[in-house]
Design a binder for this molecule. Structure first.
Ligand SMILES: Cc1cc2nc3c(=O)[nH]c(=O)nc-3n(C[C@H](O)[C@H](O)[C@H](O)COP(=O)(O)OP(=O)(O)OC[C@H]3O[C@@H](n4cnc5c(N)ncnc54)[C@H](O)[C@@H]3O)c2cc1C
Length: 462
């Protein structure tokens, strides 16, 4: 199947260089060797130019590390890269990894390339790298979107007000984008190039050991990185637990969630591959399918829309809508029902044993079910001295402990707690007219069973 034209953008007005030695693919957002449109386009172009493909990766380390990334995130990333490297080399594609920014590695290796292919992410740091590459690289640069179902600018040309405004647009557009992507066969293997990789990621643990980073938040056993693992989980999900997702997705104990978010965040699986698997699942009904695609496409791509069209999506002033900031300011001096420091929150030392269990699941295993994330976030607003401080704390904790943190979904959902993509509700203390979530919401599921499940999960972490 051809790669949809809407996914492809030529970033400069230059023809491919005739004496280039390879087509260069900067692996950055889509960290996988299959179901990756940027990689497949690189192979198509290389075959047309009679050249091999070289993929490269820039590993940020030490003071110039990826913002807020710690050993937990890097362990998962490196496991995924080891998997991607093996997959690429099996296909005859070279893999070069260096300790430098992705832009620097790409600019360096582009000197001998006929053409550069980029994949695409929507965070500010990624946009910055693309701008650097466009400025410095003198050969043709093509960018291919492969980590959303409908490319963000195709779905909408503006910041969307809420899910209800984006949903009809996506529903109308998504069918032609949910398509199989067959692997292309490279005509020329890259082995002959003898390009040296400064880092051998085949042993991810030793690469991790050699990095300068925050090790206070360590790797987890619950999630192992890589496309092989992602596919294994997806297969099990659509074979065993997907039936009932529609009714069970708000019940943490129903085990209906797919746990795809860490893999999606690190680009270790394509959302299109997930959507196809769900559509073709032998179990589940239309309600389950509809509910899952609503989360995977509408909610996730609403988050992409938000970060793409909001400069300063990580700041309270820019990310939270005017009406919500106004009502929260009117209630900023309301007496808080409980007051905790950020350290007490991080340690899960509050009066609320369910909240503490959720915090523990996040701190020790890197994940939390959506239903609890909403409760968790709303309570931090309730227990913080000001809404601004609550927002900053929530984002810091979210991005420090969740494996899927630092994602478009992180910034958007934390802002949701403060009123983004929502409407005014009945007025109450602290929240004003921003949606409140009470302890009663825990009665909708087996909260005691959840606490027990967290104990088991944490015991398995050792
Ligand atoms: C306060 C708060 C913070 C959050 N922080 C993050 C975060 O840092 N990273 C992150 O990826 N998600 C975040 N979410 C959204 C959501 O909770 C997670 O994506 C989901 O729980 C991941 O688990 P899963 O893959 O098992 O989900 P499933 O229920 O199996 O859903 C499948 C996929 O749909 C998408 N999805 C599901 N729920 C949402 C949602 N509410 N908004 C957007 N996309 C969704 C995700 O990509 C998910 O992997 C947050 C939600 C809240 C309320």
């Amino acid at each position: 199947m051809a790669i949809q034209g809407e996914r492809i953008r030529v970033l400069n007005d230059v023809e491919p260089r005739e004496d280039g030695a390879y087509v260069l693919y900067l692996l950055q957002q889509a960290n996988r060797a299959s179901f990756n449109p940027a990689l497949e386009l690189a192979i198509e172009e290389a075959n047309r130019l009679d050249l091999p493909v070289v993929a490269c990766f820039g590993l940020l380390d030490g003071a110039s590390g990826f913002p807020e990334a710690n050993a937990r995130h890097y362990a998962f990333l490196l496991q995924g890269l080891a998997d991607a490297k093996a997959g690429l080399e099996k296909r005859g594609i070279g893999f070069v990894m260096r300790k430098a920014s992705p832009a620097k590695v790409a600019i360096d290796l582009a000197k001998d390339a006929a053409l550069v292919v980029l994949d695409r992410g929507y965070l500010a740091i990624q946009k910055g790298w693309y701008a650097e590459i466009i400025k410095a690289v003198k050969v043709r640069i093509v960018q291919v979107e492969g980590d959303v179902v409908v490319p963000v600018e195709t779905a909408s040309k503006k910041h969307e007000y809420a899910a209800r405004t984006l949903r009809p647009k996506l529903n109308r557009l998504w069918d032609p984008f949910i398509e199989e992507l067959k692997p292309r066969k490279p005509k020329h293997a890259a082995e002959t190039l003898k390009l040296k990789s400064a880092i051998d990621v085949s042993d991810p643990e030793s690469v991790l050991a050699g990095m300068t980073l925050d090790r206070e938040v360590g790797p987890v056993k619950r999630f192992i990185g890589g496309e092989t693992q992602a596919r294994k989980r997806l297969k099990a999900f659509v074979a065993d637990s997907f039936a009932g997702y529609g009714a069970g997705r708000n019940m943490p104990e129903a085990a209906a969630a797919s746990h795809m978010s860490p893999y999606l965040h690190f680009g270790q699986i394509s959302p299109v591959e997930i959507a196809l698997a769900v559509r073709e699942a032998k179990i589940g009904d239309d309600d389950d399918r509809g509910a899952y695609l609503e989360e995977l496409i509408v909610r996730r791509e609403l988050a992409m829309n938000h970060v793409f069209y909001t400069e300063g999506y990580d700041s309270y002033e820019k990310a939270v809508p005017d009406w919500a900031r106004k009502t929260l300011a009117e209630h900023a001096k309301d007496e808080r029902p409980h007051a905790y420091s950020e350290a007490e929150l991080a340690a899960g030392e509050t009066h609320d044993l369910y909240w503490n269990a959720a915090m523990r699941e996040m701190r020790e295993t890197g994940y939390m079910h959506n239903q609890l994330r909403m409760y968790w976030g709303k309570k931090i607003l309730d227990w913080s001295p000001t809404p601004e401080e609550g927002f900053a704390r929530t984002l810091r904790l979210n991005n420090r402990y969740f494996l899927d943190g630092r994602d478009a979904n992180s910034f958007t959902n934390v802002a949701w707690v403060y009123g983004l993509h929502d409407r005014p509700w009945a007025r109450r203390k602290v929240f004003g007219t921003v949606r409140y979530q009470s302890e009663n919401s825990l009665k909708k599921f087996d909260a005691k069973g959840y606490v027990k499940a967290v104990e088991n999960l944490c015991a398995a972490e050792g």
